[in-house]
Design a protein around this ligand. Sequence first.
Ligand SMILES: NC(=O)c1ccc[n+]([C@@H]2O[C@H](COP(=O)([O-])OP(=O)(O)OC[C@H]3O[C@@H](n4cnc5c(N)ncnc54)[C@H](OP(=O)(O)O)[C@@H]3O)[C@@H](O)[C@H]2O)c1
Length: 311
Amino acid sequence: MNIFITGSNGQVGFELQRQFALFGNVVAPTRHELDLTDAQAVDAYLAEHQPALILNAAAYTAVDKAESEPEQAKRLNTELPAQLAEYAAKHAITLVHYSTDYVYPGDGETPWQEDSPTAPHSVYGQTKLEGDQAVTQSGCQHLIFRTSWVYAARGSNFMKTMLRLGRERETLSIVNDQIGAPTPARLIAQATALAFTTHDSPLTTHHSLLTIHHSPLTIHIPSGIYHLAPRGETSWHGFASEIFKQAQALGEELAIQSGTVNGIPTAEFPTPAQRPLNSRMSLTKLEAALGVTLPVWQHQLALTLTEYCEE
Ligand SMILES: NC(=O)c1ccc[n+]([C@@H]2O[C@H](COP(=O)([O-])OP(=O)(O)OC[C@H]3O[C@@H](n4cnc5c(N)ncnc54)[C@H](OP(=O)(O)O)[C@@H]3O)[C@@H](O)[C@H]2O)c1
């Protein structure tokens, strides 16, 4: 059974390969092996590998650049998920897709629910929303995980940028009025895998294989949109300060101290794409579906930083 993972070199795609190697034969082409902007090449790849499950972790994630490259963003964020969803519907397989808090209006202080009204303020957010809608409307069995502030020990992300800047500079000014939850890519992959394992599955059973009642590539939670992030909330300023505090405790030599990070409003850090001020997302639906309590973000940071610092 082939499991097709897109975005294999990305933060989430890489971690998905680690988790789903236990479920079947992972086929995870790099950009060099399969250009996802080429719809015909994607069709040919699907026909050749006939996946029993698709995990779509590829995306156009350059939020600011998307403002000047809307067509490329649309191909990756809207048309690709639509194409994969059409294939999944036709072949009665599951599609897992990843999305973002950028689909919401980004105002207020109340955590978004999965059915909150959407109103993206950026090309990235708009193209991601249209991708979500295409998957939902395709009729395929699907999971759409909306996540936020993704980081990992590898790849390009805020944690690694802060560690680099923290080695070089004694002070930094970081935005303190955007609120959300930093989410490690590994947590995303782990939670995704939980949607496929039950107490009867080969991964968790203590009984004979005769007790397996479902395919390991079938989801045991309802199709739909789920928020996926750790518990708790912080600002980018709070995240940076915690990164420096924990990294120093792990022995990283930094020029900066966690107390010397200045907080600034978004208005003082203009970017081409508008960022949501409120990225809080309710986790109740996913926690209830999976029967788990998501961990707090600070503990997840400690795990990711330890992995990074020990490399
Ligand atoms: N990063 C965040 O903060 C964040 C926040 C909320 C939601 N999300 C969502 O979470 C999901 C995973 O994000 P991530 O952080 O893992 O993204 P990422 O690290 O930027 O990875 C994106 C992947 O897509 C691949 N890709 C892009 N264009 C391609 C093309 N034309 N052909 C082949 N591959 C292509 C990239 O390939 P290369 O490695 O070759 O560039 C990369 O492997 C996405 O759906 C994203 O929208 C991310």
